[in-house]
Design a protein around this ligand. Structure first.
Ligand code: ATP
Ligand code: MG
Length: 551
């Protein structure tokens, strides 16, 4: 008996399955991820990467990585390298299909000649201001350029002069001859080529005319035989133009399908604004763990599997929407909970002297991860001097405070019950030391004391611990909708980074490695920072243990 499981398909999968049923392109499925190398990839790009590579995986197709590098002014090889690293980290492989729109400059140029020859493109000498004024507004027709009716010969000659570097920047452009009265502004004789005397990071000084994004993008898809060209909604209005080029050049008919871009609370996705954060040093580079970039997520310890799961979980929408940050965080926590090694770390230490302990060092056994029996156990030291968190002691306890205070008892995780007998203060009134006694019969797992205590706190042994720096991150913005504010300065959270410089960690953490997740008990998930700190260990908080939004 066959078991049928109902699979819910999104609208893109429906389109693809119908194409397969109709044997369109002989059932071939070929997608691409087309970044412009003008910034680092962010979580919105991750959504697009997972979608494009995911569809190819599901339907036995292929995915190209294509850099849409048509604007030498904003692009850089630094971005190309980071993009490749991030896609690999996310878990996808474009194999040998790494392409560049700039590889097609010659072909695109020949397509332009073809359009000129068929009377469908012309050289315009108007200034940028004149072109923009004549385009008009969507509600009324634009006006034809006085250069619109140049002969084919003249256009070929003038375009050749542009290509040969004989014309100065801004003096001429090549435009498609479509319809200045179209209600779709993109069809009002869009610009195909502009003159830019800027060397390109791949073609050097070979070209001084560069195709516009709108002219290059669709044709690049056709050149690569992309069957399903998936992009975000803002390109819906560009589709008629891309189809016009396909028809008039008689090239491979890639089908464009639009979906709503991913928007996430508290998160900016505009590359322009992210670049501003970096340039104005409001963050410490593109991979600052407060950034929404993939390199920042990697540095912060977010597992790539969690990003992939999130991308699938949010689905594909046809309308703009904003995803709650808690959805992302919960998925990340689920992954971390399964794989993070538990350890004790005291972030804000307070020394405790166990006055009646005179047995040197004792080794206690603790589980590395109760969620994963295969992770085994480890031994931790306990002796006369230990550290606990400052806020696990209150001189005058408030209501419902069940941790340490004078005369009160708590359990030390995996160790003993202790009672606070005395405390020592410095000149400023800060508590600097506690004197406690432990209950010898209360050892965890062998407790015969009969005592009941309400709290268990974490601790580390003073002489078997290391001092490290720990960085706590909060949202970079104080508002859930940062994109709707004019300037980012008014919504920057001044407390988005807190540096704790004398945290105490279990001694074994000296061997912590990049790529591993640790749960600092009661404190959150952490990872070793991958930056250069001259041999000093720095830990980043990946995430708190609880949803900070459901308080
Ligand atoms: P730009 O303004 O520089 O074009 P961009 O965010 O569109 O910025 P691209 O490098 O062009 O950046 O994006 C590459 C691909 O990622 C495109 O197909 C784009 O549609 C997609 N993409 C970008 N942002 C998102 C997002 N927030 N959600 C889903 N897909 C996105
Ligand atoms: Mg883009």
């Amino acid at each position: 008996m066959s078991e049928s499981k109902e699979i819910v398909r999104n609208f893109i999968e429906e389109i693809i399955e119908e194409d397969i049923r109709n044997n369109k392109h002989q059932g071939r499925i070929h997608t691409r991820f087309p970044p412009e190398p003008n910034g680092y990839l962010h979580i919105g790009h991750a959504k697009s990467i997972c979608l494009n590579f995911g569809l190819a995986n599901t339907y036995g197709g292929k995915t190209n990585l294509r850099f849409d590098d048509t604007n030498p002014v904003t692009e850089d090889v630094e971005y190309v390298e980071s993009i490749k690293q991030d896609i690999r980290w996310l878990g996808f492989d474009w194999e040998d299909r790494e392409y560049y729109a700039s590889d097609y400059f010659q072909q695109l140029y020949e397509f332009a000649i073809q359009l000129i020859k068929s009377g469908k493109a012309y050289v315009d000498d108007s200034s940028a201001e004149e072109i923009s004024a004549r385009r008009g507004v969507p509600t009324s027709p634009g006006e034809n350029s006085p250069f619109r009716n140049r002969s084919v010969e003249e256009n070929l000659e003038l375009f050749e002069e542009m290509r040969a570097g004989k014309v100065k920047e801004g003096a001429r452009v090549l435009r498609a001859k479509i319809d200045m009265a179209s209600p779709n502004m993109h069809m009002r004789d869009p610009i195909m080529y502009r003159i830019l005397f800027t060397p390109h990071h791949r073609t050097g000084n070979k070209w001084c005319i560069y195709p516009t994004y709108d002219y290059a993008h669709g044709q690049s898809d056709s050149i690569e035989g992309i069957t399903h060209s998936i992009c975000t909604l803002e390109f819906e209005n560009h589709r008629p133009l891309y189809n016009w080029f396909i028809e008039n050049l008689d090239i491979f008919p890639s089908r464009q399908i639009e979906f709503a871009r991913l928007n996430l609370e508290y998160t900016l996705m505009s590359k322009r604004k992210l670049l501003q954060l970096v340039n104005e040093k409001l963050v410490d580079g593109w991979d600052d763990p407060r950034m929404p970039t993939l390199s920042a997520f990697r540095r912060r310890g977010i597992p790539p599997e969690a990003l992939r799961e999130f991308a699938t979980a949010v689905g594909i929408a046809k309308r703009e929407n904003i995803i709650e940050l808690s959805r992302f965080e919960n998925i990340v926590r689920n992954h971390l909970n399964k794989k993070a090694i538990r350890t004790m770390a005291v972030l804000d230490p307070l020394k405790v002297i166990v006055t009646n302990y005179d047995r040197g060092v004792e080794w206690l056994e603790v589980e590395n991860n109760p969620e994963d029996p295969a992770s085994g156990k480890r031994k931790i030291a306990f002796s006369r001097e230990i550290y606990i968190e400052q806020d696990d002691f209150m001189e005058i306890p408030s209501d419902n405070y069940y941790r340490l205070s004078p005369g009160k008892m708590v359990r030390l995780k995996a160790a003993y019950i202790i009672r606070c007998d005395q405390f020592v203060k410095d000149q400023n009134g800060k508590v600097t030391e506690l004197h406690c006694t432990y209950v010898p019969e209360s050892r965890s797992g062998q407790d015969t004391s009969g005592l009941k205590v309400k709290s268990v706190i974490h601790w580390v042994d003073a002489s078997h611990s290391i001092t490290t720096e720990v960085r706590l991150y909060e949202q970079l913005f104080t508002k859930p909708d940062p994109a709707s504010f004019e300037t980012i300065h008014e919504i920057i959270n001044p407390e988005s980074l807190i540096i704790l410089s004398d945290a105490r960690l279990e001694k074994d953490m000296a061997n912590a490695a990049i790529g591993f997740s640790y749960q600092f008990m009661r404190k959150g998930y952490f990872c070793l920072d991958n930056g250069n700190h001259d041999g000093k260990l720095v830990f980043n908080r990946t995430m708190t243990l609880k949803d900070s939004f459901s308080k």
